[in-house]
Design a protein around this ligand. Structure first.
Ligand SMILES: Nc1nc2c(ncn2[C@@H]2O[C@H](COP(=O)(O)OP(=O)(O)OP(=O)(O)O)[C@@H](O)[C@H]2O)c(=O)[nH]1
Ligand SMILES: [Mg+2]
Length: 187
């Protein structure tokens, strides 16, 4: 069993909490609540994903601690504590509005950069809410991060499979880091 701490980051009202609820199965796949309830600071949801296939062919289960962070910068005092020991980050933006590249880069700098995360430990999810998909203006320093459009309403299984793909990459990184720590201890 691999344990992992993931963050959901992005501006307010992009659908981070909606995605967290879906992935943790807190809500049914259909009939999602449509009223917006801003996250206050941060909330943590926990769930398990089974049978992720690592490079070696080994199958693992992963216990995910997902930190659903408010997009409101007035909670920024808590960001250093939230960033600590993060294994992976999901950046979320809505595809029906222009992506604010400066804001997105700010999230990247404050969390991914500070924690020294590799590109593989990050993913950008474009949340397709109503069919409109404006080409995102991804910040230059994030252009090697996988960016994919998700559609919770019309393709929930696609969302789960994109998330599992990302989680597998995070587990591979965690596994490799653990192996190299073990080697260091032996030598
Ligand atoms: N129709 C539809 N509405 C969505 C979808 N994702 C999010 N929404 C709506 O968008 C609004 C904002 O969603 P949240 O998930 O609460 O936003 P958030 O990014 O967590 O916002 P903060 O907590 O303030 O940072 C809510 O009214 C949701 O119902 C979606 O896939 N489809
Ligand atoms: Mg929220």
């Amino acid at each position: 069993m691999i344990k992992t701490k993931l963050l959901l980051l992005g501006e307010c009202e992009q659908g981070k909490s909606t995605l967290a609820n879906f992935l943790s199965e807190t809500v049914a796949e259909t009939g999602q609540p449509k009223t917006y309830k801003p996250t206050q600071g941060c909330r943590i949801v926990e769930f398990e994903v089974k049978d992720l296939k690592l490079k070696s062919g080994r199958k693992v289960s992963c216990e995910v601690e997902m930190w659903d962070v408010s997009g409101d910068p007035r909670f920024s005092g808590g960001w250093p504590a939230i960033a600590k020991d993060t294994s992976g980050i999901v950046f979320v933006y809505r595809t029906d509005t222009n992506l604010n590249a400066k804001e997105m880069e700010g999230w990247y700098n404050n969390f991914a950069d500070k924690q020294g995360l590799a590109d593989k430990q990050c993913v950008i999810f474009g949340n397709n809410i109503d069919g409109r998909t404006i080409e995102p203006n991804i910040p230059y320093k994030m252009n090697k991060i996988r960016c994919t459009v998700i559609d919770l309403n019309n393709d929930p299984e696609g969302v789960r499979s994109e998330f599992d793909k990302f989680l597998t990459d995070v587990c591979i990184s965690t596994d490799e880091a653990r192996d190299s720590e073990e080697l260091k201890l032996i030598n």
